[in-house]
Design a protein around this ligand. Structure first.
Ligand code: GLN
Length: 547
């Protein structure tokens, strides 16, 4: 049966709980244990699928088609363990389950209450698959003291009581603010945050203290004393050059040892950190740099394209190249020449997105990259825009567009090169959708297989002709335009196994121009960079060496 580590946060939000959890997971793996990481989010949305990337950052999609919090991306990138639907839950989902059961009469007429019905639902969620791994790490979103979080804190308190002693530990992240005027680190907010936690019955075993300044031994002892934690279990967490230094940094500060001590696992298996040392070396020993433009809509909030940014970094690591990413707002050149905004970049990436805003700019970015022979990677919407561009400018279909935009812009005549998909095959069964379906969870979601054409660029990139990648979209390139587009320079080099859905397009007479209907960025890892990103960065490097 798994041991459970519950990770909570206090003082302020955005302390990097997800990163700390992911790094701890990777350190436990380095000691030979198996892990699974979970996120419990107190907000009322059923899942993040319908939340704006401006507000909540990217939606991370799992193989089994769940739309989840971006922290699951960190978990996968650090541990390589593919996240599942059952690794992410919100208050909204918990309440939905409870209310469904109530309607079905499962509670046999009882009054439904937060304790025990909601807390039981949370506990059931936490224990799914508990026999599969050595450690289950469960991160509670938000900050201790938040009203929405209370049922989760109560549930993990009960959970640790239900289990035999020593089976669950609590790790709490806090911040030690620095007062410049007096030149001091302050421990009081941490003390208060732990007091808040203890008032709801939770005593942390480990405290991870974020700080911009070194934490003197004296302060560490003071925190231990006032928070009732062992001094060795007060772990400093300093800012790092790269998030991928976190496993080594946390190891040096004794986090994994403190966790094993808290579980009384002795002797502790020795860690094998070779994987993270290699990652560290690749970050710090680079030869040259490239400038890549991400031409998108959600450019104000970098978290909106979190996995893409990380996958580019991984591509850089694979080539020992520093990748500088610049965010270019596609809307700026919706109605003007794109060249002045795109000149000078070594490669252009157009990411996924929803809605019409900025799409004319993205089409121009694809045209610029195609005509100037600049490496181009189009992801999902970025592929659709590249196809529309080719349809308009190569195949002479001047009114080529997407049904997605027609809905928004009213009825105008156009050539629906990209259309709303209403039925398709997933594995062995058919899936059907209507245009007016609910917005949540109704897209083509999760892992699908694609067959790659022999001799194509992508087959060379992947070193394979059958791949599996994750999807999240409603619209598709219409295969009926394939012949026309292939006659004028595109190649449909990846198709769904039944040949109906274009998965990958390439521009034939171009050093590196690939559009993919799926999201390769979701599967890239620092120690296993995704082949498309590895190759795309290499192509950018080749351009940088020419100029
Ligand atoms: N909006 C497009 C669609 O639904 C693309 C989605 C995406 O880029 N993830 O098909």
């Amino acid at each position: 049966m798994a041991r459970f580590i519950f990770i909570t946060g206090g003082v302020v939000s955005s302390l990097g709980k997800g990163l700390a959890s992911a790094a701890l997971g990777s350190l436990l793996q380095a000691r030979g244990f198996t892990v699974r990481l979970r996120k419990l989010d107190p907000y009322l949305n059923v899942d993040p699928g319908t939340m704006s990337p401006f507000e909540h950052g990217e939606v991370f999609v799992t193989d089994d088609g769940a739309e989840t919090d971006l922290d699951l991306g960190h978990y996968e990138r650090f541990t390589g363990v593919a996240a599942r639907k059952t690794d992410s839950v919100s208050s909204g989902r918990i309440y939905q389950n409870v209310l469904d059961k109530e309607r079905r009469g499962d509670y046999l007429g009882k009054t439904i209450q937060v304790i025990p019905h909601v807390t039981n639902e949370i506990k059931d969620f936490i224990s799914i698959g508990e026999d599969e791994v050595d450690f289950m790490l469960c991160e509670i979103g938000g900050t201790v003291g938040d009203i929405e979080g209370l049922p989760f804190f109560e549930a993990i308190r009960q959970f640790s009581q239900d289990k035999p002693r020593g089976q669950c530990i609590f790790m709490h992240l806090t911040l030690l603010p620095w007062l410049a005027a007096s030149g001091e680190l302050k421990t009081k907010p941490t003390q208060h945050s732990v007091k808040e936690l203890r008032s709801i019955g939770l005593q942390p075993d480990i405290l991870v203290c974020r700080s911009e300044h070194p934490i003197p031994e004296k302060e560490r002892e003071k925190i231990a004393l006032f928070c009732n934690v062992r001094p060795e279990a007060v772990i400093p967490a300093y800012d790092l050059k790269s998030i991928y230094e976190a496993p080594l940094a946390y190891h040096e500060q004794g986090l994994d040892q403190a966790v094993l001590d808290a579980f009384q696992i002795s002797p502790a298996p020795r860690p094998d950190l070779a994987r993270w040392q290699d990652v560290y070396d690749r970050i710090h020993n680079t030869d040259g740099e490239v400038n890549i433009a991400i031409v998108g809509k959600y450019t104000q909030l970098e978290d909106a394209y979190k996995s893409i940014k990380e996958a580019l970094t991984h591509g850089g690591m694979a080539n020992r190249i520093k990748v500088n990413v610049e965010w270019v707002d596609a809307e700026i050149f919706d109605h003007e020449d794109a060249a002045p905004h795109l000149e000078g970049y070594h490669a252009i990436l157009v990411p996924g997105g929803f809605g019409e805003r900025g799409t004319e700019g993205k089409i121009k970015a694809a045209q610029f990259a195609r005509e100037r022979k600049i490496p181009y990677l189009g992801i999902c919407l970025g592929m659709q825009m590249a196809v529309i561009e080719a349809a308009r400018n190569l195949a002479g279909l001047e009114t080529a567009g997407s049904e997605e935009f027609d809905h928004e812009a009213g009825k105008r005549r156009f050539e629906p090169v990209v259309y709303h998909l209403k039925e398709w095959v997933q594995g062995n069964h058919a899936v059907q959708r209507k245009v007016d379906d609910d917005k949540g969870g109704t897209m083509r979601l999760g892992a699908y297989t694609a067959a790659l054409a022999d001799g194509s660029k992508v087959a060379e990139v992947y070193g394979d002709t059958s791949i599996e990648e994750r999807h999240r979209h409603r619209y598709e390139v219409d295969v009926k335009y394939r012949k026309k587009l292939e006659e004028c320079g595109l190649s449909f080099s990846g198709m769904s196994p039944d040949g109906r859905l274009p998965e990958i397009v390439e521009v034939k007479d171009h050093p590196w121009f690939i559009g993919v209907q799926f999201h390769p960025e979701l599967k890239s890892k620092p120690f296993d960079p995704h082949p498309l990103f590895r190759d795309f960065v290499r192509a950018a490097r080749d351009v940088s060496r020419l100029v």
